[in-house]
Design a protein around this ligand. Structure first.
Ligand SMILES: [Mg+2]
Length: 349
């Protein structure tokens, strides 16, 4: 929904928890080919240095830990063709989506209000005016009718299989995350919610006030906070993300992350990803205008762009696999460097 708010006018945009990590263990793990020791250009430069304190005696049983890959998705326009509220909430309260967003953005503009808070307030204000009571359970139920782009439901297994097939190293873990300005409750009702290791999305208080009150609002720039939470492993929202954490102790380097988005609302996240050695992929509706994607690509916001077709063999699938190949090679390089730095490298001197 946030995407819609931004797309229509300007800018303005948490959580749940279901573990779904895919542990990838390949029998080829120990075979670190010398040919693979050539650092991949971009990743190598930003990849964190091996997590080793040279002043201490290495623990012989310690293992290289930076082997988690995180695929991070925007929702509206990226995994789903339209803002999630347009499938369910707005029709339920008898609102024409275009008219609703126009009105919401106009109010925000005139009052200098945050567009996301404005829409969250206006939705329930209109529902109340029409005598429609919508609680948390009902929003979750509405999530079942949210449409997804082709192949989204099979994407997670297919990508997992690809990583399993290509991983040359034991213990590579694949995670999927969602960072959305849309509503946590609606996302909870979608079929793909269990696929995400964590979901960060806007959310309501349902019992604090007469009208539900925004509990968490995830704006375009606010999304970047959650990228750092993933990077630092600080996913508990009760903990501060601002404490300094050296690169070498961050569990998921940006070079192990890909962000998927569809437009201007994703620019801050894409910029954070790429400036920190991570990757960004832009998508557009299949068969429709790709101007926004080419603009993002030409501006250096994304590594690739493709139609939002998530089926195996699609351009999006193939380009994502290319980035995964680079990531897996880089993980092997970093792991070998880590072994050497501990004086127990497998490479012959
Ligand atoms: Mg979007």
């Amino acid at each position: 929904m946030t995407e819609r708010v931004s797309a229509r006018r300007g800018k303005a945009g948490t959580e749940g928890k279901i573990g779904n990590d895919d542990e990838i263990a390949s029998p080829k793990a120990r075979a670190v080919a010398k040919s693979a020791l050539k650092p991949a250009s971009k990743t190598a430069k930003a990849a964190s240095t091996p997590a080793v304190d040279k002043k201490t005696v290495p623990d012989k049983k310690a293992a290289f830990e930076k082997k988690t890959i995180a695929l991070v998705y925007d929702f509206d326009g990226t995994l789903s063709p339209k803002p999630m509220q347009e499938y369910t909430f707005l029709p339920k309260i008898g609102e024409d989506p275009k008219a609703f967003w126009t009105e919401s953005n106009k109010i925000a503009r005139e009052h200098g209000a945050d567009p996301l808070i404005t829409y969250m307030h206006l939705m329930y204000k209109k529902a109340k005016a029409r005598g429609v009571r919508i609680d948390r359970e009902e929003l979750v139920a509405l999530g079942r009718d949210v449409e997804l782009f082709p192949g989204v439901e099979t994407w997670f297994d297919e990508i997992s299989q690809y990583v399993a097939m290509r991983a040359e190293s034991h213990g590579v873990t694949l995670r999927h995350y969602l960072i959305s300005s849309g509503l946590t409750e609606i996302i909870e009702g979608t079929s793909i919610r269990p696929r995400f290791h964590n979901v960060f999305a806007s959310e309501y208080w349902f019992d604090a006030y007469d009208l539900p009150y925004p509990k968490r609002v995830i704006t375009d720039t606010g999304k970047t906070q959650y990228l750092f939470r993933i990077n630092k492993g600080v996913e508990d929202l009760g903990l501060s993300i601002n404490d300094h954490m050296p690169e070498k102790t961050r569990p998921i380097p940006f070079s192990n992350m890909i962000y998927f988005g569809d437009g201007d609302t994703d620019v801050p996240s894409m910029a954070v990803m790429r400036k920190n050695g991570g990757y960004a992929v832009a998508v557009h509706p299949p068969g429709k205008n790709r101007t926004k994607c080419t603009d993002l690509f030409n501006a250096g916001r994304c590594d690739f762009f493709a139609p939002a077709d998530y089926r195996r063999g699609s351009d999006l699938f193939k380009r994502t696999c290319l980035l995964l190949d680079r990531m897996l090679a880089d993980i092997r390089v970093q792991e070998e460097m880590w072994r050497l730095s501990r004086g127990s490298g497998s490479a012959k001197s």
